[in-house]
Design a protein around this ligand. Structure first.
Ligand SMILES: [Zn+2]
Length: 673
């Protein structure tokens, strides 16, 4: 099989060529810059009052100091001998941490990597010399912690290198590498500075020397995937084919017999079953999405990348099957994935409980990664529909409207009392929390939101794909000229899209997504273009004038959706959507006991502009009924009588905006009449 890149790779554009001016998303990207990045930096440095320390930069400082001493002492330097400090090491006396020890989670280094990645994207959008200087200093410290052979994971550097790469299943070294590589490529692309990129390459080279199918090498692979897609990003940034080969090696080694995870020399830690790690069979033979949902979609993203770049049809078929498994049987209507908290995992097909859902923010983010890569394999509207659904709902619900509080778990139904009293729901928080000790979701949100341009559009030779109609301007170089395309859209509230095209002489072809939620659409002055519709995209080309406008109308109306009858929890219920947005009922608008509410067959929807916490929010009103509640003295059971109801107007709030008014009940699925 050829390792050569196919000539017409579909790729995201460099973020420097995209200016975002979107009314909906830009304020949220600004929250990342003004709220999340400073908070994240303080958290990395254990400077958030009242929050559990991260220990992250402290660990790098200790590792850098060890390097300095090693250089100074030469042969007299004593390497630490490995000591298992557990998955989450904390000081015995919190007031007096030991200055030579590693603290935090085994993957704590990734806090830095995700921060620097989000900083990079933010800098491309908005230069900020002070922030860049801060990042440069942090990078210098991280690089100073790197070992002579390129190794760079502070957990083993501080605890003892003699055991590095011996517990791949649970100790996240390759996961730390993956995040480091993602951050390094992003920072290089944003600033042109390559110190971190060179460090990531040296770490990759160290890993490449250690792992592989050859005799004498370690036949292992990551316990938590991400290195697969990160290596491909590193390959694309540097052109080094060994990184693509190493990614392929990790993909192909996973799930082979004898299973590496069952024979590791030092298997400390819990050790979940093999499906949890997607290591139960070779990836090319996998058809059902199983196990830890974040791990799974990170793996599938890497598989889709590798399939695209190597033309590997078998791997591509596996991606298609896994995509179908998720989106046809295992995905919440919000784009949430992970139906069970046990292993933060996919459950069996159609098992999508609303109140015990896991639906981790990171998993929806990973689904966005996977969807974008499926779009790179084949531009098909269904991938963009899922990506958009996840972004506006299961991803965005992870963050409060003010950008200061976060959900890890994104349920579709909440009763606050149950979260407190019922240990089966103890993973569900009824309100967003401040930063977490295990801080995966908020920094993941920060890096995704600040790089939204990389999901909104992709390019392939002369074609520009517009997937999300993100407001703003894209500059695309082709045929020695620059095509400038400015998108103005009323999304997510209405489907009117105006695209100003300045592309004379460029031969630009536009590929415009026809959203799955749209009723039959119209293109103004269709006779002006050569048109072709394929797989949910409208392809337009013409001999462009100096400046002209393409106008599209994708009719958008509130709709009640029902679930497949196999989804037991949703039987007899409906969920309200409008365009990409899913709505829900909250106690703040409809009173408590939301199970009493039902929505009419002809709900006569009306839109209502409102505010929550000073932020504009569009509510939807609908006709419905409410069961009259039993009195306090009513028995638990009695003979059936037709229910007594009264007419009410139900007020629905966009799902992303729920839980911004204190603790209250919420439900996405509502009984129908
Ligand atoms: Zn997370």
């Amino acid at each position: 099989m050829s390792m050569m890149e196919k000539p017409a790779d579909i790729r995201p554009l460099n973020l420097r060529s995209i200016t975002v001016e979107d009314d909906f998303w830009l304020p949220r990207m600004e929250l990342v810059r003004t709220e999340m990045l400073p908070y994240q930096w303080a958290a990395l440095n254990d400077a958030v009052e009242g929050a559990e320390p991260s220990w992250c930069m402290r660990n790098f400082r200790i590792a850098a100091e060890m390097n300095r001493r090693k250089r100074q002492d030469g042969d007299r330097y004593m390497e630490p001998k490995y000591e298992d400090r557990g998955f989450h090491a904390l000081p015995e006396d919190p007031a007096h941490p030991d200055d030579s020890r590693f603290y935090g989670y085994v993957f704590q280094d990734t806090d830095f990597s995700k921060w620097v990645e989000a900083v990079a994207y933010s800098l491309t959008r908005r230069p900020d010399p002070a922030l860049e200087a801060l990042a440069d200093d942090a990078i210098q410290l991280v690089c100073a912690a790197q070992q002579e052979d390129g190794y760079l994971d502070t957990y083993y550097i501080i605890n003892g290198r003699d055991r590095s790469f011996t517990n791949l299943r649970d100790h996240h070294e390759l996961y730390c590498f993956g995040h480091l590589a993602e951050g390094a490529v992003a920072y290089y692309e944003a600033t042109g500075k390559d110190a971190l990129l060179r460090a990531a390459c040296r770490f990759a080279d160290c890993i490449d020397r250690h792992f592989g199918s050859e005799e004498g090498k370690c036949h292992g692979y990551p316990g938590h995937e991400i290195a697969e897609m990160a290596l491909i990003r590193l390959y694309q940034a540097t052109g080094e084919p060994r990184y693509l080969r190493l990614s392929r090696y990790f993909l192909d080694a996973r799930g082979q017999q004898p299973c590496r995870f069952l024979t590791e020399p030092h298997p400390e830690g819990s050790g979940m079953g093999l499906p949890y790690y997607q290591a139960h069979r070779p990836v090319r033979e996998q058809s059902e999405a199983v196990g830890h949902a974040v791990r799974a979609v990170y793996l599938y993203s890497g598989m889709a990348d590798a399939a695209r770049l190597t033309g590997d049809a078998e791997l591509e078929q596996a991606c298609l099957r896994l995509w179908d498994s998720i989106t046809r049987e295992k995905m919440y209507i919000t784009g949430g994935i992970g139906g069970t908290s046990v292993g933060e995992a996919f459950s069996f097909p159609y098992d999508l409980p609303n109140d015990t859902a896991y639906a981790e923010t990171c998993a929806s983010i990973g689904l966005v990664f996977f969807a974008r890569r499926m779009l790179q394999l084949h531009p098909r509207g269904e991938y963009a529909d899922v990506m958009e659904r996840a972004l506006y709902n299961g991803v965005l619900s992870g963050m409060s409207l003010d950008g200061k509080r976060f959900f890890y778990v994104n349920p579709l139904e909440v009763q606050p009392l149950a979260c407190r009293e019922d240990s089966r729901r103890s993973h569900v928080e009824p309100v967003r929390q401040k930063w977490f000790g295990c801080a995966c979701c908020p920094p993941n949100l920060a890096r995704l939101l600040s790089s939204l341009g990389a999901y909104a559009c992709t390019e392939q030779e002369d074609t520009l794909f517009l997937h999300l109609y993100l407001g703003g301007t894209v500059r695309k170089e082709q045929n020695g000229r620059t095509a400038e395309i400015t998108v103005e859209s009323a999304l997510p509230y209405a489907g009117d899209v105006r695209i100003r095209v300045r592309a004379a002489g460029t031969g630009l072809r536009l590929a415009l997504r026809i959203p799955g939620w749209s009723d039959p659409y119209t293109l103004e002055q269709p006779e002006r273009y050569q048109r072709e519709e394929q797989d949910g995209y409208l392809y337009l080309s013409r001999d462009w004038e100096a400046e002209e406008t393409v106008t599209l109308h994708f009719p958008m109306r509130p709709k009640l959706l029902r679930a497949n009858t196999r989804v037991r929890e949703d039987t007899g219920k409906a969920a309200l959507v409008k365009g990409p947005m899913v709505y829900c009922l909250e106690e703040a608008d409809n009173g408590a006991e939301l199970q009493l509410c039902s929505v009419s067959r002809e709900p006569d929807f009306a839109e209502q502009e409102g505010q929550i916490d000073g932020h504009p929010v569009r509510f939807l009103l609908a006709k419905g009924h409410r069961l009259v509640q039993d009195g306090a003295d009513a028995p638990l059971y009695r003979e059936y009588t037709p229910p007594v109801t009264r007419e009410v107007t139900l007020r629905f709030v966009p799902y992303y905006a729920w839980a911004n008014r204190g603790e209250n009940e919420m439900t996405v699925w509502v009984r129908t009449e």
